[in-house]
Write a protein of this length. Structure first.
Length: 138
């Protein structure tokens, strides 16, 4: 017999699934960084952050179609309320800007230092999200 149709698992299960996606993206970002593929590393670091935000949203059954809504609602519900530090909200904005430049600006030159910062921010944010998700899952 096949899988039942519809939602399978809990919100916490979805959160954990998304965190695995986050870890895959971060691992890819680190590989790309070492390969000196800085624009691509920036992209993967951003998507690690993006999927980490979606992991938090999953805990509350929230889903958004547009990136700006995912990030905007995270900032409104979790940064402005100080559940996550304000500094991380600023860093998420920077990660998003650099990813956008890396993906869409033909003349943008990504540096190793910048990509290292992107990956470090993603790593830091993922640790915060994992801790938060573990605490909320109890």
């Amino acid at each position: 017999m096949g899988q039942p149709k519809g939602d399978v698992g809990t919100r916490e299960d979805l959160c954990l699934h998304r965190i695995q996606t986050v870890k895959d993206n971060l691992r890819s970002a680190k590989i790309l960084l070492e390969a000196k593929e800085y624009k691509s590393a920036n992209n993967r670091a951003y998507y690690a952050v993006f999927h980490a935000i979606n992991a938090v949203h999953a805990l509350y059954g929230n889903a958004y179609k547009r990136h700006k809504d995912v990030i905007g609602n995270f900032n409104k519900d979790f940064v402005k309320t100080k559940i996550f530090p304000r500094e991380i909200g600023r860093k998420i904005g920077e990660v998003e800007e650099i990813r956008h430049a890396s993906d869409y600006d033909d003349f943008y030159i990504a540096s190793r230092e910048e990509s290292e910062r992107q990956v470090a921010v993603a790593d830091q944010f993922i640790q915060l999200v994992e801790l938060y998700c573990r605490e909320q899952g109890r």
